[in-house]
Design a protein around this ligand. Structure first.
Ligand SMILES: *[C@@H]1O[C@H](CO)[C@@H](O)[C@H](O)[C@H]1NC(C)=O
Length: 437
């Protein structure tokens, strides 16, 4: 107690000293300016006082805490962009992730279980804290909990309408309380669109049901077993026939890439770790391997393979997400420092030198394991230099896992998709110029 009051006294003295100095400087300035400019004393004094008050206010300002919620099922860079915009409306972003039970009750089973969705949301670099048991719609009780227990200032949501089953606005309560803010929907991507890209093959198969075509059953086999090179030899690339589902409205701009970037290079003595891959349908398995890779150095450089490279190694229907979409998803991850948008398949000596790479890593759970058998191993150079390391992947998930999960439920999704697809089509038909970030 004695120490406490002593410290307090010291603080008071310090405050008085600083305050005195400020007043002294203030008086000098006041004297100087009033003598040189001859302005009215009162006016200048008022201005000075206002300036001081303003400074005080700025210093004491408590951080604005904003809240956004969602299912974050099949998370994509559109979700990340929404979180980025939400974060920009405050100083701290809390994110509510809807539980599996609530999603099942409101729109059917999620593709991604809660623990994976939590990994994904936690890894987004604009997220400060995650609330793992958010309700599907904000109830009065939950809103009070947000305001009183979590000290949330504003609830944020996109400008797409969010209607409850009973036809009411899910954010009506927050709007009424004057604590609602809106952000722009990210153009060009939606889960519906992504599922559509995957379901295209199955649609082609079902439309040919009257006239059974062995090629179409091979399409299904392709998806259910992952690798069937027969499909590739057929050359029946999805998207080339009847491709009404595979629409991507995404137009990458340089500004979006900048918004997602850290805008920093490695420090002078940074140990640079390199990892490459397709990073298609960015998932919790990717996040976990990136986290471990980042721990091995000071700067994580991620090489994203081109669409051509991915198609050549995994089949014509891959990647589901194009190079720029994949780059944005990886860039939004907090463990990533920089990406190479279109990395070569082979890690060359020149690359290692140019980027000063200290270590090249690769996860045990990956789809391109064939490289070990190939005569031209893409990691031959780092292996020969003794800077190659295989990392134990914490999660047993690949892009194929995600595709399989979606397709195992595909009928339910297709129904949902058609309904949602129609409303999205309306959105794009009705849409006019969109401003905002
Ligand atoms: C290259 O990386 C090493 C760490 O592995 C670091 O010590 C060195 O300073 C880096 N070189 C340059 C030129 O940044």
């Amino acid at each position: 107690m004695g120490i406490g009051s002593e410290a307090a006294a010291a603080k008071l003295v310090a405050t008085c000293l600083v305050g005195g100095a400020v007043i002294l400087v203030g008086v000098c300035c006041f004297y100087y300016s009033s003598s040189s400019m001859g302005e009215g004393d009162g006016l200048l004094w008022e201005r000075w006082k206002q300036k001081l008050l303003l400074k005080k206010k700025k210093k004491k300002k408590k951080p604005i805490r904003v809240y956004m919620d969602g299912c974050f099922d099949m998370m994509h860079y559109g979700h990340c962009n929404a979180l980025r915009q939400a974060r920009a409306l405050g100083d701290e972003l809390f994110v509510g992730v809807v539980s599996d039970a609530e999603i099942i009750a409101n729109k059917g089973p999620p593709v991604t279980p809660l623990h994976e969705r939590l990994i994904m949301v936690n890894a987004v670099k604009w997220v400060d804290e995650v609330i793992p048991d958010a309700p599907y719609a904000i109830t009065h009780d939950f809103m009070m909990k947000l305001f009183n227990d979590y000290n949330i200032d504003y609830i944020i949501h996109g400008d797409d309408p969010c209607v409850l089953p009973d036809g009411t606005d899910a954010y009506a309560l927050a709007k009424k309380a004057g604590r609602y803010k809106q952000i722009k929907r990210t153009e060009g991507v939606s889960s519906t669109d992504i599922v559509g890209r995957m379901l295209l093959c199955l649609r082609e198969r079902s439309s040919a049901a009257d006239n059974p075509n062995p090629k179409h059953s091979s399409l299904q086999r392709q998806f259910s077993h992952g690798h069937s090179h027969k499909f590739d030899e057929d050359g029946a690339a999805p998207g080339t026939g009847g491709g009404t589902t595979r629409i991507s409205h995404f137009l990458p701009t340089s500004r979006r890439i900048v918004q997602f970037s850290n805008g920093r290079g490695p420090g002078p003595d940074a140990r640079i770790v390199y990892i490459d891959g397709a990073f298609d349908l960015f998932h919790a398995g990717h996040v976990e391997i990136l986290r471990i890779a980042r721990d091995l150095g000071d700067f994580l450089l991620v090489g994203i393979h081109t669409d051509q490279t991915v198609s050549a190694t995994r089949g014509a229907h891959r990647p589901i997400m194009n190079l720029h979409e994949r780059s944005l998803s990886v860039l939004a991850c907090r463990y990533v420092d920089e990406v190479i948008i279109g990395a070569p398949w082979e890690v060359s000596k020149d690359m290692v030198t140019t980027f000063n790479i200290s270590l090249v890593v690769h996860g045990t759970i990956a789809e391109n394991h064939d490289f070990e058998k190939e005569q031209s191993n893409p990691y031959a150079v780092p292996i020969s230099m003794g800077i190659f390391k295989i990392l134990e992947s914490p999660l047993d998930i690949t892009t194929t896992t995600i595709i399989r999960r979606i397709l195992s439920n595909h009928e339910a999704y297709q129904k949902r998709n058609e309904k949602k697809g129609a409303s999205e089509k309306r959105y794009y038909e009705d849409k006019t110029h969109v401003t905002g970030d």
